[in-house]
Ligand binder design. Structure first.
Ligand code: UGA
Length: 455
């Protein structure tokens, strides 16, 4: 072992750690994935990916078979395996709803440090409040044998669910926060496989080498920017709704300016998932602690704009169904509503903080009989919101519906035939909350069509 081809471990085999462990084995590294969850570890060792991520299953099986990849619940074995240990555990939202819960980071770093028997580099990858790397360094100093000189670095990741394999293997940048030349060299070696792959594909991967605080901030700054871009276009949608404009055309028109860019300008039900909503809240909380709260006050507005889209769909549903809103909101009792989509975006089974599922729950709370279908998220959705009715297909979901709400832009929904669906429903009314349907086609088929931010 050593700086030429370091042996690597990934602590935490959730979404992030599992994907990284598997992709690093694919790059040729000798990898060990660690988790306290014995069930997850058993599944991974049996070739089963615990999440839905395109391409990951095949890579897992191939690399298990090649003997470059194994998973363990044994921290001593993990400590022994690695020259570089990547911390990939979750940092969920704290019970108070704002800051990040660092207890998994603390537990994994502490037990790893206690079991180290040679010099190693511990690299944080989890999304954390700025200042965490310094704290981790102190933890490591306290719990690892003093003579080993174990070091810490920080390297945030930027993977998107649904594209995670490609985002790991072909990142658009590597960011590392380091304090020593040795750590810098180890990290270069731990990324060499990625640089080599890029070279064979005639690409370059820029590497930004910086301090701890900047490396930590890059991650939350990037997510805050993306969230702000989405809320910006959704704010424009609100204005379009008031003024009679069309936000989809507006987005297209401003997006041609390369300084603005056309990506992440899709107006609709807004952002959800395990990252953006939680990250902008934790970022505000941390800035407040640092005395820089004012600088991020706008993120509170970003959050509010985002959440307002959900109630907008509820009120649009009431309007289409001819229901009045009382002081407690609209009364939808006696109506049947088909909800198409439960996941926070297409091509994932993830329903964490999913706007679609939140709207389905709002409609249900307003008294509607809600029938949900999602191509991948049914199991997770049923666990998260058991009081809804889940249907095995689109046709079953829309049967006898007074209103159809498309809340996640799965291809299956975009490509559905409005004439055929029209024969199944009780009333041809559709809310296209992701502006993903061909409105002309649906209108021609006799549907009363409503998008968000469109006349
Ligand atoms: C996000 C970031 O895009 C990743 O770069 C980052 O690494 C990741 O969080 C993370 O912190 O781990 P992800 O949560 O997978 O990735 O989802 P996105 O593709 O960013 O979508 C987030 C939400 O925004 C979805 O609910 C999506 O429907 C919504 N969205 C996205 C819009 O409403 N409009 C858009 O134009 C784009």
């Amino acid at each position: 072992s050593g700086a030429s081809r370091p042996r690597v471990t990934f602590l935490g085999t959730g979404y992030l750690g599992a994907t990284y462990a598997i992709c690093y084995a694919e790059l040729g590294y000798e990898v060990l994935g660690y988790d306290v969850d014995a069930d997850k570890i058993a599944k991974l060792n049996a070739g089963e990916v615990p999440i839905h991520e395109p391409g990951l299953d095949e890579l897992l099986r191939r690399n298990l078979a090649a003997g470059r990849l194994r998973f363990s619940t044994d921290i001593a074995e993990t400590a022994e395996h690695g020259d570089v240990h990547f911390i990939c555990v979750g940092t969920p939202q704290r019970a108070d709803g704002m800051g990040a819960d660092l207890s998994y980071v603390e537990a994994s770093v502490t037990s790893l440090a206690q079991h180290l028997t040679r010099k190693a580099l511990i690299v944080g990858k989890s999304t954390v409040p700025v200042g965490t790397a310094e704290w981790v360094e102190q933890l490591v100093g306290k719990h690892s044998p003093a003579d080993l000189g174990v070091e810490v670095a920080w390297s945030p990741e930027f993977l998107q669910e649904g594209f995670a394999v490609d985002d790991v293997l072909r990142p658009n940048r590597i960011v590392v926060g380091v304090k020593s030349e040795w750590a810098n060299g180890m990290l270069y070696a731990a990324h060499k496989g990625l640089f080599d792959l890029a070279a064979t594909e005639d690409r370059e991967v820029p590497m930004v080498v910086t301090d701890f605080a900047t490396a930590e901030l890059v991650k939350v700054a990037a997510n805050a920017f993306l969230a702000t871009k989405i809320s910006f276009i959704n704010a424009m949608a609100e204005v379009c709704e008031a003024a009679g404009g069309d936000v989809t055309q507006l987005a297209r028109a401003i997006g041609y300016d390369p300084r603005i860019g056309n990506r992440f300008l899709q107006a609709g039900l807004g952002f959800g998932g395990a990252c953006l909503p939680k990250d902008i809240r934790a970022f505000q909380a941390r800035a407040q602690e640092l005395g820089a709260g004012e600088a991020l006050r706008f993120l509170h507005e970003v959050d509010l704009i985002n959440l307002r889209r959900r109630t907008r769909v509820l009120h649009l549903a009431a309007e289409l169904l001819g229901r009045r809103s009382g002081p407690a909101g609209p009364d939808l009792s006696g109506t049947r509503i088909a909800v198409l989509g439960a996941t926070f975006k297409p091509n994932t089974d993830d329903v964490r903080d999913a706007p679609a599922l939140a709207v389905a729950a709002l409609l249900h709370k307003a008294g509607a009989d809600v029938h949900v279908h999602d191509p991948q998220g049914m199991e997770n959705a049923r666990r998260a919101v058991p009081e809804l009715t889940y249907e095995p297909g689109i046709n079953e979901a829309v049967a006898d519906a007074d209103l159809v709400c498309v809340l996640t832009e799965w291809a299956e929904f975009r490509n559905a035939d409005p004439s055929l669906l029209g024969d199944l429903v009780a009333g041809r009314r559709v809310i296209d909350a992701r502006n993903c349907l061909d409105s002309a086609l649906w209108t021609q088929a006799g549907w009363e069509y409503r998008g968000l931010g469109r006349p």
